[in-house]
Design a protein around this ligand. Structure first.
Ligand code: ADE
Ligand code: ZN
Length: 337
């Protein structure tokens, strides 16, 4: 199930997607009915019409309300399956999917139901959807870090099939340093480490994620362009940045796609990939994001292939798998040369 070299878009990895953020309004209503949960909108169209955001927090408020329909292992399985079906159509060959255990634990959903629902579907993803996957447990930075540590211990004790940890939710006021003990424990347990930083917050959060959390990858990270010394460092170290340009516009971190720092990041020599974040909320899966940035910045086939290659190089896959995927990107690149 490889991508034909003649395809209009390159094969890619999606490294930054929140499984809760892939909940389509239609599925939200189906699950609401199944579980007897009330949504504060009469139908899917009205829910979708509410996807107009002022900033990250206004999105997080609606996002948390909508995910209240996710209650059972089957709900998490249905959500995951729906994402994989759509991601396969987008040309995704590998996905590193994050989930927010705390968002469900606070609603009384057992951790095992969340993990088993998602992981049970991911196990069959390569065979059924042609997509290899890895799972990341992300912690809420606007909750007490002791709670994150407790949840991490529970995931480790349950031998949950996670490759690594992440950090998400409200950024401003919650600097990475608060989560040093959580990340130290994750590192000790052999887990990989990524963190949202420099989405709405300052470049210093990116530096702190690297230095204090030993993050191996940065999610968003667009504030890096405010700090030339940091840009030089992340170029030298080839730190992967999972950039979500459409999300940044929809959450008003940048005023318009034309003003997004993506071209400056590419030009500087950073290892950047493009990703969807929360596709239905922002009206764009990763193929739509590719189309949008290609049009906005007049990207060449070479540049699109470089973004796709960076998505694999920045993954947590073993080197032999990365090399095989890079060969697919190269076939796509030369097919149009
Ligand atoms: N959770 C889901 N999407 C997010 C984003 N863009 N930033 C922080 N936390 C998130
Ligand atoms: Zn995100």
């Amino acid at each position: 199930m490889t991508t034909p070299a003649s395809a209009s878009r390159p094969p890619r990895a999606e490294l930054h997607v929140h499984i809760e953020g892939t909940l389509e309004p239609e599925l939200a209503f189906e699950l609401a009915a199944r579980n007897g949960v009330a949504l504060p909108y009469p139908d899917p169209a009205s829910l979708r019409a509410a996807y107009e955001f002022e900033d990250l927090q206004s999105f997080l408020d609606l996002y948390s309300a909508a995910m209240s329909v996710l209650r059972t292992e089957a709900d998490f399985a249905d959500l995951t399956r729906a994402y994989l079906v759509r991601a396969a159509r987008a040309g995704v060959r590998h996905a590193e999917i994050s989930f927010d255990p705390q968002a469900h634990l606070v609603r009384g959903v057992p951790l095992e139901d969340v993990v088993n629902g998602i992981a049970g579907v991911l196990e069959r993803s390569e065979a059924e959807h042609g997509i290899t996957t890895l799972l990341i447990a992300a912690f809420h930075r606007d909750r007490d870090s002791a709670d994150a540590l407790d949840v991490l211990e529970r995931l480790l004790a349950a031998d949950a099939p996670i490759v690594g940890v992440g950090l998400d939710n409200a950024e401003v006021g919650y600097p990475p340093g608060l989560f040093q003990a959580v990340y130290a424990r994750a590192e000790e347990a052999g887990l990989r480490r990524t963190a949202h930083a420099g989405e709405e917050g300052p470049a210093q959060n990116i530096r702190d994620a690297l230095d204090l959390l030993h993050a191996e990858r940065i999610d968003h990270g667009i504030a890096v362009v405010d700090d030339p010394e940091l840009v030089a460092r992340v170029v030298a170290e080839q730190v992967p940045f999972t950039v979500c340009p459409v999300s940044n516009v929809r959450l008003r971190a940048v005023p318009a796609l034309a003003e997004h720092p993506l071209p400056a990041m590419i030009e500087a020599g950073m290892l950047v990939s493009i990703n969807s974040d929360d596709p239905p909320y922002f009206g764009a899966y990763v193929d739509d994001v590719d189309d949008a940035v290609t049009a906005a910045f007049d990207l060449t086939r070479e540049q699109r292939a470089a973004l796709a290659a960076a998505s694999f190089s920045g993954s947590f896959l073993p080197p032999d798998r990365v090399a095989a995927y890079l060969a697919e990107v190269e076939s796509w690149r030369v097919a149009g040369a």
